[in-house]
Write a protein that binds this ligand. Structure first.
Ligand code: HEM
Length: 154
């Protein structure tokens, strides 16, 4: 496989596959649990390719899926584009801290979303587990949690 581009080296801890469980909720919906797998890969270019899929824990039936590209910059900023299976698209901008292994993303743009106004995503690597929290704001509700999950390397 090609050498990791220096631009993505600070986030090379993401590369590979992660699997685990998450929990979702929002004031307007019933809370739910889900299974999830993430995959981060690279081709030697200064970009990390990202795919995600989720499923119902009891039946394995597919739920949400998404994919995109993560572009960390040497100055500690990062741009992420994500296309969701629901048709929604996100452009996220944020920062990463390579020492603390934390990534913070905030909405620059949400497209083709009737209700969603804003999305934030925080990823943390703690003791070898990758966890994240997703918050969203809708036309009716202010920014608050929709998803959290914890994933182990597979
Ligand atoms: C509901 C957005 C990821 C499962 C919703 C709603 C929105 C939304 C706008 C409706 C809330 C309302 O009516 O007030 C998003 C966004 C996501 C995301 C922006 C990613 C950033 C996920 C994922 C799953 C999921 C990964 C499953 C693993 C659900 C479920 C509901 C829901 C089960 C309630 C039932 C339904 O409306 O289908 N989501 N979602 N969502 N979401 Fe998400």
């Amino acid at each position: 496989s090609p050498a990791v581009h220096p631009a993505i080296a600070p986030l090379s801890y993401l590369l590979g596959s992660w699997k685990g469980q998450g929990e979702g909720g929002f004031p307007t919906i019933n809370s739910f649990s889900y299974g999830e797998q993430l995959h981060f890969s690279h081709s030697g270019k200064p970009v990390i390719a990202y795919t995600q899929k989720t499923w119902k824990l009891n039946s394995g039936e597919p739920m949400h899926a998404e994919s995109g590209f993560w572009r960390p910059k040497p100055d500690g900023t990062i741009e992420v584009v994500i296309a969701q299976s629901t048709g929604l698209v996100e452009v996220q901008k944020g920062t990463y801290n390579a020492e603390e292994q934390v990534i913070n993303l905030q909405t620059e743009l949400v497209g083709n979303a009737s209700k969603v106004k804003e999305i934030t995503r925080v990823f943390r690597l703690v003791d070898g587990e990758l966890s994240y929290e997703v918050q969203m704001a809708t036309n009716l509700n202010s920014l608050q949690p929709h998803l959290k999950a914890s994933l182990k390397r597979v």
